[in-house]
Design a protein. Sequence first.
Length: 268
Amino acid sequence: MAFVSREVFPGVWHITDAMGVCMTLIAGENAAVLFDCGYGIENVREYVGTLTDRPVRVLLSHIHHDHALGARWFSETWMLPEDLPYMERYTGLKQREEVRKASEARGLVPEGDFLNDPIAVPRELKEEEIDLGGIHVRVIACPGHTPGSAAVLVPEYKLLLTGDDWNPCTWVFFPEALGIRAYLKNLREILLPLAFEKVLCPHREALYDRKTMEKFADALTEEAIVNAPPSQTGEAMGIRTAAAVLPEEQVIVFDRDKETAERRVTCF
């Protein structure tokens, strides 16, 4: 298996799969939580078993394929219900064929029956605090990247796991994503008030300081949004996107048409 992991805190591993996306394992004395499970081309359940022998509960930050296709290796997962309408789009056969082609282009052969292995409908995740034994995981709903996006706070380490609601390169342009201003409002009012000092995200291996995320939010002003230049990122999906470049080489790509609609509502 091509997984790579590092223990960023005692009992907390940030894991990168062969396709380059990250997930995080938090293990306590009695149980563990795996936050996301990657593309699923490798047996993530088996790999997690090399890091902990505790029973593992899998929480999905959202339903997108690079976070949820690894659910095929588990009998059950949990996810906020607002993302369930998009399950077929991101875990169905068409998406799996695209992932298989992308993996094979990298010289990777998916393990097992990647195209046909079933994925159980995720059980309903709620905002709650999960006691793992000596360490806790607090689930926070934060709509933005998707309507059912979730983040996780590990209070003992003042550690925030953002899902795709924040990466140094954040995408808020998928059809189900909130508009840029609604996204930013939730980032500022839900995530930033939390008591955290360190941040892990799914598309970087690094452990970030809180200040990096604060600079991202502070720089995303109304002027930065309105004047963001066009981006080609959404062209393949037929979406007109713009990209605001922010401090510390951060960027956010968003749907310009949704932004324009938000601005019209605000004006009236």
